[in-house]
Write a protein that binds this ligand. Sequence first.
Ligand SMILES: [Zn+2]
Length: 63
Amino acid sequence: MATKVIEQFICNACWNKNGTVVEAVERLTLGAREWDLCEEHRDRFGKLLGEALDVVEPIAVSA
Ligand SMILES: [Zn+2]
């Protein structure tokens, strides 16, 4: 019997929080570390990073 493996990236934050499998839409890389994030967590981390780096305007995300 043949087996097909489907690779899916899931949000690390949702998974770590409550074991929920949510499809990731973005990968955040910082040095050697990286996180796959869903839309909600991407926005949340983007906001936090912006505040941490004193960026007032949201950073433009190229499509
Ligand atoms: Zn998430």
